[in-house]
Design a protein around this ligand. Structure first.
Ligand code: ATP
Ligand code: MG
Length: 245
């Protein structure tokens, strides 16, 4: 799996933190990792973008940004408003392929959700995934509403013949409510793909050393971690267990 696309059910879902966890685990296994953020919106020059945030948390990855637009909007809109060139799927695929030639793993983090437009033709991250033939990891919220959003994203991937690698919960609450606990069982069915991990709430605020040490316990073996969905669900459900109200 040299290139993997990381998308989410929406924006601010935890794609960056999940990308950092996947990168941290791969680095711990001795792999070389590149992180590509094709279009970084909502930031000016000199501010820390998502790719740099992954490097801060995960460690020595090659962090690449193809374009940056100041408005916190979809890349196509932000590019238009900035009077700047958009980033199209061919450019994304080219950059990812070049990085894949020099790294064991390339993680491509989208902007917002899957069908956010990158350019004036309406191209999306899904088009880049198709050009690359790369699997897609979907980051989803834990609680109420996630089943629908995850099912919609999974259906959009299937409609485009793209491979849904699995789902990772971007922010697992310290005190999971009934919906979150039930979603552990229901998300794989809504997605038609396995649940591949859950990153705990507050992970992004850990020290990089703690983040790197703990990341392996948040991700399933498929992502090179040692998170087990069944054990996690059982512990989340157990009366008196940490995180159970
Ligand atoms: N597990 C977590 N615990 C605590 N805060 C988190 C967690 N995951 C994400 N956050 C915070 O939530 C915000 C959004 O997360 P993140 O940047 O990972 O989202 P995103 O899906 O990558 O958004 P974007 O579409 O802007 O790239 C950030 O401020 C981040 O620090
Ligand atoms: Mg992000």
């Amino acid at each position: 799996m040299p290139v993997m696309i990381v998308t989410g059910t929406g924006t601010e879902i935890g794609k960056t933190v999940v990308t950092a966890a996947v990168a941290a685990v791969a680095l711990a296994r001795g792999r070389t990792v590149a992180v590509l953020k094709p279009a970084q919106t909502g930031l000016g020059p000199g501010e820390t973008g998502d790719a740099a945030e992954v490097a801060r948390l995960a460690g020595p990855v090659t962090a690449v940004e193809l374009a940056r637009y100041p408005d916190p909007l979809a890349p196509a809109t932000a590019a238009r408003r900035a009077g700047a060139a958009p980033v199209g799927p061919e450019e994304i695929a080219d950059a990812a392929e070049k990085l894949a030639a020099e790294h064991d793993l390339v993680l491509v983090e989208g902007a917002g959700g899957l069908l956010v437009r990158f350019d004036g033709t309406g191209a999306t991250l899904a088009d880049a995934a198709r050009l690359l033939g790369a699997p897609v990891l979907v980051v989803a919220p834990a609680g109420l509403g996630t089943l629908n959003m995850t099912a919609l994203t999974a259906e959009a991937l299937r409609a485009r013949s793209l491979t849904l690698e699995g789902v990772v919960i971007g922010r697992w609450p310290a005190v999971p409510d009934l919906a979150a606990r039930c979603n552990l069982g229901d998300l794989p069915e809504s997605a038609g793909a396995p649940l591949l991990g859950a990153v705990p709430e507050g992970a992004g605020a850990l020290t990089p050393a703690e983040f790197r040490e703990r990341a392996v316990s948040w991700l399933a073996p498929r992502l090179d971690g040692r998170w087990d969905a069944r054990t996690f669900a059982r512990e989340a459900d157990a009366p008196g267990a940490t995180g159970t109200p």
